[in-house]
Design a binder for this molecule. Structure first.
Ligand SMILES: Cc1ncc(COP(=O)(O)O)c(C=O)c1O
Length: 386
C-alpha cells in the first residue's frame, strides 16, 4: 500500500498498542498460559446463546430503539430497585450501550469540555484518559495507596479545583481488586456536596465481590446518584465479554446529554442480544451467585500459589489478583512480565501501564476468570519461579 504523505496531527499521540494485545500476542508466541487479558476462558450460558439464536430466527434483526429495548430497560430498573433500593425510570434514565467502554466514552464526551479537569484515580482502566483527552479535558491524577489500594480522600480534596467537572471512580477495581466502602462514599459525598462536580462510577464488576462485602454502588446514596453516571457491563456478568453489551444509568438531565452523544456513536446496539438478555435477567440467581462463583476461583488460585515466592493481599472484588514479585527480582514490571511469559510460561499484565507516569510497584495482574485446570497449570508454573 502506498503511504499517505500529508500532514497528520494525531489526537492521541501517546497511545500505542494496548498492553493487553501485546501480552496476549506474546502468550500465543510462547505458548504461555494467558492470565493477562480480563476474560473468562470458559463458556457462557448455552441457554442465553439459544435465546439469542431464537430471537434472530424470529426476525429480531433490525435496529433497536436508540435507548435500548424497553423490556431490557425495565428488567434493569427492577434489578436496581431490588438490589440497591434505587429508582431509575426506564424511559428517561437507563440506556443500553455497546459495552461499558462505549458508556464511559459517551458519558465523558457528553459532559467534559475543553479545559475541564477530571479526577482520575490511578491505577486506572485504560479507556478513561484517552476519552478525557479527546474531549479536551485535563486528567488530574490521584494514586491509590498500596498495598491495600485505598483512596486518600485528602489528596482528592486537594486536587479539586473550580475547573473540576468530573470525578471517576471504579469499584470493584481493575486492576487492584480493591472495593470502595460506605465510608469512601461518605467522603465522596463530602467533597461533591454543594458543587457542580459530576461522578462517573464504573461498576462493571458490581457482582464480583467477595468475603461478604457489599457492593457500594453510588446509586445507594441519593446525593451521589443525582450527579452520577453509573456504568455496567453484561459482558462481565454473563461471561461474554466479546458481546460488548452494557448499560448506563443517570438522572434525566444527565441522560439527555448522554443520549445526544450516544446516538451519534453507535445509535443503538444489537437487537437480538437485548431481547435475550431481557429474558435471561429474570434468572436472578445467575448474577446473585456470581460473587460466590468467582470467590471460589480466587481462593483456588491463591491457595495454589501460597508456596510460591509471590506475595499478595487477596482481591476483595473483580476477577483480578495482584501478585507482588519483589522477593524474586527488582526488575521493571514491564520487563518482568515479558520474562515471566517467556521463561515461566505465564502471561500477566504489569500494573505500571495503568499509571500515566508508569509507577512501578513490582506488581503484576493475573486474571483468575479461568477454568480450574488453567489455574492449576498457571499456579504450578508460578510456584517454580525462583
Ligand atoms: C474497569 C473496567 N471498566 C470498563 C470495562 C469495559 O467493559 P466492556 O467490556 O463492557 O466494554 C472493563 C473491561 O475490562 C473494565 O475492566
Amino acid at each position: 500500500m502506498p503511504q499517505y504523505n500529508g500532514m497528520l496531527r494525531s489526537k492521541l499521540p501517546n497511545v500505542g498498542t494496548t498492553i493487553f494485545t501485546v501480552m496476549s500476542a506474546l502468550a500465543n508466541e510462547y505458548n504461555a498460559i494467558n492470565l493477562s487479558q480480563g476474560f473468562p476462558n470458559f463458556e457462557c450460558s448455552p441457554e442465553l446463546v439459544s435465546l439469542i439464536n431464537e430471537y434472530m430466527k424470529k426476525g429480531y434483526n433490525q435496529y433497536a430503539p436508540m435507548q435500548g429495548i424497553m423490556p431490557l430497560r425495565e428488567a434493569i430498573a427492577e434489578k436496581m430497585q431490588e438490589l440497591y433500593g434505587a429508582k431509575y425510570d426506564p424511559e428517561k434514565e437507563i440506556n443500553i450501550t455497546a459495552g461499558g467502554t462505549e458508556a464511559i466514552y459517551a458519558a465523558i464526551t457528553a459532559v467534559v469540555n475543553e479545559g475541564d479537569e477530571v479526577i482520575v484515580i490511578e491505577p486506572a482502566y485504560d479507556c478513561y484518559v484517552p476519552a478525557i483527552e479527546l474531549s479536551g479535558g485535563i486528567p488530574v491524577y490521584v494514586q491509590l495507596k498500596a498495598p491495600n489500594y485505598t483512596i486518600d480522600w485528602n489528596e482528592v480534596k486537594k486536587k479539586v479545583s473550580h475547573r473540576t467537572r468530573l470525578i471517576m471512580i471504579n469499584t470493584p477495581h481493575n486492576p487492584t481488586g480493591s472495593v470502595m466502602t460506605e465510608k469512601d462514599m461518605a467522603e465522596l459525598d463530602k467533597i461533591t456536596k454543594g458543587t457542580d462536580i459530576l461522578i462517573l462510577s464504573d461498576e462493571v464488576y458490581e457482582h464480583i465481590i467477595f468475603d461478604g462485602l457489599k457492593h457500594q454502588s453510588v446509586c445507594r446514596f441519593p446525593r451521589l446518584a443525582e450527579r452520577s453516571f453509573i456504568v455496567f457491563s453484561f459482558g462481565k456478568t454473563y461471561h461474554a465479554t466479546g458481546w460488548k453489551m452494557g448499560y448506563v444509568l443517570a438522572p434525566e438531565k444527565l441522560m439527555t446529554e448522554f443520549r445526544r452523544v450516544h446516538q451519534f456513536i453507535v445509535f443503538t446496539v444489537n437487537t437480538p442480544f437485548q431481547y435475550a438478555l431481557a429474558d435471561y435477567m429474570k434468572n436472578k440467581s445467575e448474577y446473585l451467585e456470581l460473587g460466590k462463583f468467582y470467590q471460589q476461583k480466587r481462593d483456588y488460585f491463591i491457595n495454589l500459589i501460597k508456596g510460591s515466592k509471590f506475595k499478595f493481599v487477596p482481591a476483595s472484588g473483580s476477577y483480578f489478583q495482584l501478585l507482588d514479585y519483589s522477593k524474586i527480582t527488582l526488575a521493571k514490571d514491564t520487563d518482568y512480565a515479558i520474562r515471566l511469559t517467556k521463561e515461566a510460561g505465564v502471561a500477566s499484565v504489569p500494573t505500571s501501564v495503568f499509571y500515566h507516569d508508569q509507577i512501578d510497584n513490582k506488581f503484576l495482574r493475573f486474571c483468575f476468570a479461568k477454568t480450574d485446570e488453567t489455574l492449576e497449570k498457571a499456579a504450578e508454573k508460578l510456584c517454580k519461579v525462583k
